[in-house]
Design a protein around this ligand. Structure first.
Ligand code: GRF
Length: 226
């Protein structure tokens, strides 16, 4: 069963198909699921959730919402002495089988190589078939990569910054370097500790991811009507 948004009058076959990749708790996935059941998300189908970790709690959120799930664990490839490129290529095939219009990396802690990305060309010259977006808890070019919130808090304590933020960007080979689609700033105050900053960032992430997803769904619809 797939989650079709209630507002949709169009049949599920014409709704944009969305695949979500996760690795952890899945709070951002939950924000998409909640939005899809409260008309907060434009008509679309969340058709598949894939995790690179078998124990990711986010998988239970998907199952609870009736969304098909798959686990594509890097650990299995390592045990079989298979390369990351093979892992990415097989992951790409798994995603292709779901025929997505949009791929959302929502806390997917894995850097995708060209073995995956080449299956979904994103360059502006050609009308992109399947769009790929990623959520990152920092401003463009500020703290790319992992532990972005911790690094932002450290920089604040060193008096280097007064704000950080959240962005959703198109995915390219260089981590967190694709074209930003939506940027939201988050002020850091002297009253903040790391936990309060994390809470502010995560709350901003949930609404930002839903908003950016709607932007992509509109872009896909516009492409279809051209
Ligand atoms: C989010 O903060 C995201 O920005 C980061 O990983 C976290 C995932 O959280 N890459 P969740 O799995 O959506 O709860």
């Amino acid at each position: 069963m797939t989650v079709a948004t209630p507002a949709s009058s169009s049949s599920s076959s014409t709704l944009s198909r969305v695949v979500v990749l996760i690795s952890g708790t899945g709070f951002n996935l939950q924000a998409l699921i909640d939005a899809s059941s409260t008309s907060g998300l434009l008509p679309s189908n969340l058709v598949l959730v894939i995790s690179n970790r078998a124990k990711a709690p986010g998988l239970d959120r998907a199952r609870h919402a009736g969304i098909p799930t798959k686990v594509h664990a890097l650990a299995t490839y390592r045990k079989a002495n298979k390369s990351r490129l093979e892992y990415d290529a097989d992951l790409g095939q798994l995603v292709l089988e779901a025929r997505p219009d949009l791929i959302i990396l929502a806390g997917f802690m894995h850097i995708l190589s060209t073995s995956f990305l080449d299956l979904f060309p994103q360059d502006s010259s050609s009308t992109p078939g399947t769009r790929i977006i990623n959520l990152h808890p920092a401003l463009p070019g500020q703290f790319d990569g992992i532990q972005a919130i911790e690094r932002a808090f450290e920089a604040f304590q060193q008096g280097k910054i007064t704000k950080t933020g959240v962005m959703v960007h198109r995915v390219v080979e260089t981590v967190d370097a694709g074209e930003p689609l939506l940027i939201k700033e988050v002020d850091i105050t002297p009253e903040d500790d790391l936990q309060s900053l994390e809470n502010k960032i995560h709350n901003m992430e949930y609404s930002t991811l839903v908003e950016a997803t709607n932007m992509m769904l509109l872009e896909i619809q516009a492409d279809r009507s051209n």
